[in-house]
Design a protein around this ligand. Sequence first.
Ligand SMILES: Nc1ncnc2c1ncn2[C@@H]1O[C@H](COP(=O)(O)OP(=O)(O)O)[C@@H](O)[C@H]1O
Ligand SMILES: [Mg+2]
Length: 341
Amino acid sequence: MSDMSFLRLDGLTLAYGKTPAVEGLNLDIHRGELIALLGPSGCGKTTTMRAIAGLMPVRAGQITLDGRDITRVAANRREVGLVFQSYALFPHLTVFENVAFGLRLKGMSGKALEDKVMAAIASVGLTPFAQRKTPDMSGGQQQRVALARSMVMEPKVLMLDEPLSNLDARLRLEMRTELQRVQKKTGLTMIFVTHDQIEALALADRIVVMRNGAIEQIGTPEDIYNRPESAFVADFVGFETIFALKDGAMVTKGEPVPVPDAPAGAAALAWRPRAVTFGEGRFEGTVLSSSFAGSAREYLLDTPLGPVKAEVDAALPAHDLGATVRFDLPVATAAALRRAE
Ligand SMILES: Nc1ncnc2c1ncn2[C@@H]1O[C@H](COP(=O)(O)OP(=O)(O)O)[C@@H](O)[C@H]1O
Ligand SMILES: [Mg+2]
């Protein structure tokens, strides 16, 4: 096993009864990495985490953590922490007692316990709230308690299943920064599940995009955002105009459009709205809808190629619905995809 691989999933296969959930998943996570698992609902994110935590039997494959095969190790002996979407705090206990719970189960008490618990509470900025009961706290504070409760057990890997999805937009942003700060400070290896691409791009060292129980692409936020490999990933990160290539031409709703300068090996070309040339070019379309987004205006065009989404500077004169406009899809501003699906 390579030094780089701290948590390794090898051919991980998981199922609920006869229903497969995850098929032959391979993943290497480095020590200290912050990994985002990104993908639509039902793609197997939670199931994968539950298997790593030991809460879901493994049908086939292996899970190795820090050189130890933990595939069949009991959940409480794995040194893996899992923070659920619904924090699952004890409402009748104080913050201190919620965080102390796991250590007490392990037989710790007295000053040693108190020091550890207070240090964990301090690391999430909740020292003044140690004696509060958790139902009296905000969603963001409860999330920090759940984080402290997992971190105090000193897991080798901490996993968070959509930890921010219950928070409002402002608090999400605050907690995102907080999570990143705690992770950098502690050097903890973390896996973070989200279905929000913005969150994954902002937080992660690497993003794992999942689809139908398998990994679709692994890469840095820059890789995933700028160099998606498939139409699935491209669509997920905002490439709204995508055409497959066949025999050197784009497959469109109408006539194929020859692309003599398409990059070798490309199976499809994809454009973000901003990468579409608007107002001039080889093609013509009709404005189906237009939306103002502050500095930019977005147009959805009905075209002989199919729908095309373009974004232009909002300072430019607006086009009415039904207006005919010229546009172009330059190869130079397209992402070349290796898979057209
Ligand atoms: N308790 C369960 N029983 C049966 N099937 C389940 C159960 N939980 C999840 N599944 C199925 O397993 C697949 C993966 O689900 P899940 O891991 O929860 O996805 P995600 O967390 O990415 O939304 C889905 O097809 C889902 O319907
Ligand atoms: Mg889930």
